[in-house]
Design a protein around this ligand. Structure first.
Ligand code: ADP
Ligand code: G6P
Length: 488
């Protein structure tokens, strides 16, 4: 979500040797290969029109993770501004070189809303919502991918590294390779890659896989995603090889898991600033001093399990395991993809549930669920993390889930309990969270009860272990390992 100021986030890490300018140990500046990042979203999106137009930070985990990396590498970011029609010329914002790609209204509908978010997104998330297979959406998907590939080809210098991101860009690696065989091309998928039983549903499955096979390295959040990919590639294309090394059209392709992470130092530093600490106490006082805070922060997406979580909290109150005098649930949900019908339906369901729970359980001065449907600044999110006793991250399926890492990073010397879905990629690393199955409402209510009652020394011990994991494997570590693979 909101992009932190360069001064706060853009500290020199010197991790990307591929960057055009590398800060060595003795402050030496050397020229190396450039790094071009391609993602559907730029880290900023255009809001307002004409003279009122301005840039606002984009939402989502991809932007959170990539922003410090692209800034540090001093590379360029090729992406869409979030509005159809003409795109502005290349510009620099917050120390990042932006190369906007213009998409027509038909492309925004067919490529973004339809193919990316009504077909691939639900299918790749366990088909939680029934995916649509609309043949009209394929042509705009192809033409939009071609625009991103051409834009990258036009800014890349000979031998540069190009890093292509996420499910919108399936076809870009092969398109770019055809135009620029001199480039090293990496692809990273931020969301889960489904098993064959689901992937096989796609009428365009072969073309989508051949698109990715244009890359030299194909990366996934988890080992399961990487294995699923290698298997379907061998099943549906001419590629041969093992789970980690494929051979296709005379080239070698490396396939691996690269679990993404966050700029943990930034979250820690921000969480300890005076303004965050003041704001966190203010939040605590406003919801009622003495009440424990259970917090959830998500994009308003049906994969996040917000409705299941609310129902589990309702059950916790109904069972009498907690009362509105002891605790409060704060749900912050950033509006997302509102033109896709499932998102609008989801929003209505959540708002009805909040109304039902508050109608039944709230008391004067004791609201059961505080629901904020808005995107907050990154600093404000950290203040909420600092205020919260229990963080509930319970997606039905998630590639990684960065909120699960941001909370521990923001809890230096503060304890706190993380309740985490087994179906988030983060569960593979954050084993000392309370792991839950979000479809098991009784189990989730038990987890909330246990988290509220956990002795302080146990909470601090577990949080310490979670913090070590997140700090050791931060987003710089992630980028470094991907770059090492990409450089070959
Ligand atoms: P996704 O990529 O599916 O949105 P992640 O949990 O990986 O999920 O990343 C979400 C990112 O967006 C995190 O950096 C989180 O802090 C941020 N975020 C989510 N909801 C909000 C919100 N309501 N306000 C501000 N930031 C938010
Ligand atoms: C997830 C996806 C990103 C996407 C983000 C926000 O993090 O992996 O690719 O940018 O959600 O969604 P949006 O549709 O607004 O770009």
């Amino acid at each position: 979500m909101p992009v932190a100021p360069a001064a706060a986030q853009g500290r020199a890490k010197g991790f990307i040797e591929a960057a055009p300018v590398v800060r060595g140990e003795g402050g030496i500046v050397a020229r190396k290969r450039g790094l071009i990042t391609i993602a559907n979203r730029l880290p900023v999106r255009q809001v307002g029109k004409g003279r009122a137009a301005r840039w606002q930070p984009s939402e989502g985990g991809l932007v959170t993770a990539l922003t410090p990396i692209v800034r540090e590498s001093r590379g360029a970011w090729v992406g869409w501004t979030g509005v159809p029609g003409r795109a502005p010329r290349a510009f620099e914002h917050d120390d990042i070189r932006m190369r906007p790609v213009a998409l027509t209204s038909d492309e925004v509908d067919g490529f973004y809303h339809e193919f990316s978010n009504r077909t691939l997104w639900p299918l790749y998330h366990d088909a939680i919502r029934t995916p649509e297979f609309n043949h009209q959406a394929w042509a705009p998907f192809v033409s939009a991918n071609m625009k991103f590939a051409k834009a990258a080809a036009s800014v890349a210098s000979k031998g540069d590294l190009v890093w292509v991101h996420d499910y919108h860009m399936h076809l870009v690696p092969a398109m770019l390779r055809a135009m620029r065989p001199d480039l090293r091309i990496g692809f990273f998928l931020h969301i889960p890659f489904p098993p064959e039983e689901l992937f096989a549903w796609l009428p365009w499955r072969k073309a989508l896989l051949e698109g990715l096979l244009g890359a030299d390295v194909v990366g996934f959040q988890t080992g399961a995603g990487a294995r699923n990919f290698s298997r379907v590639v061998r099943e549906f294309t001419e590629a041969q090889g093992t789970d980690t090394h494929l051979r296709y059209q005379g080239r070698d392709i490396q396939v691996n898991a690269f679990p993404i992470s966050i700029d943990a130092d930034w979250f820690e530093t921000t969480s300890l600033s005076e303004s965050t600490i003041t704001r966190a106490s203010e939040i605590r006082e406003r919801v009622g001093a003495g009440r424990r805070i259970l917090l959830a922060v998500d994009r308003l997406d049906y994969t996040k399990g917000i409705d299941h979580r609310l129902r589990a909290f309702e059950l916790l109150l109904k069972r009498g395991d907690a009362s509105v005098d002891d605790c409060v649930l704060i749900q912050v949900a950033a509006p997302s993809r509102e033109r896709v019908a499932e998102y609008a339906t989801m929003r209505t369901r959540i708002e009805q549930l909040v109304g039902r729970i508050n109608g039944t359980y709230s008391e004067p001065g004791r609201v059961a669920v505080h629901y904020f449907r808005r995107g907050l600044s990154r600093e404000e999110v950290v203040a909420f993390y600092r205020a919260a006793d229990v963080m509930i991250v319970t997606p039905l399926r998630d590639g990684m889930n960065l909120v699960a890492k941001e909370y521990p990073a923001s809890r230096k010397n503060a304890g706190g309990v993380l309740i985490l879905s087994e179906f988030a990629g983060a569960a593979a690393e954050l084993r000392r969270a309370i792991l839950v199955n979000p479809r098991d409402l009784e189990g989730m209510a038990d987890a909330m009860r246990d988290a509220l009652r956990m002795p302080d020394d146990e909470a601090r011990h577990r949080m310490g272990i979670l913090r070590v994991q997140v700090k050791r494997h931060d987003v710089y570590d992630w980028a470094r390992s991907f770059m090492e693979a990409l450089k070959g």
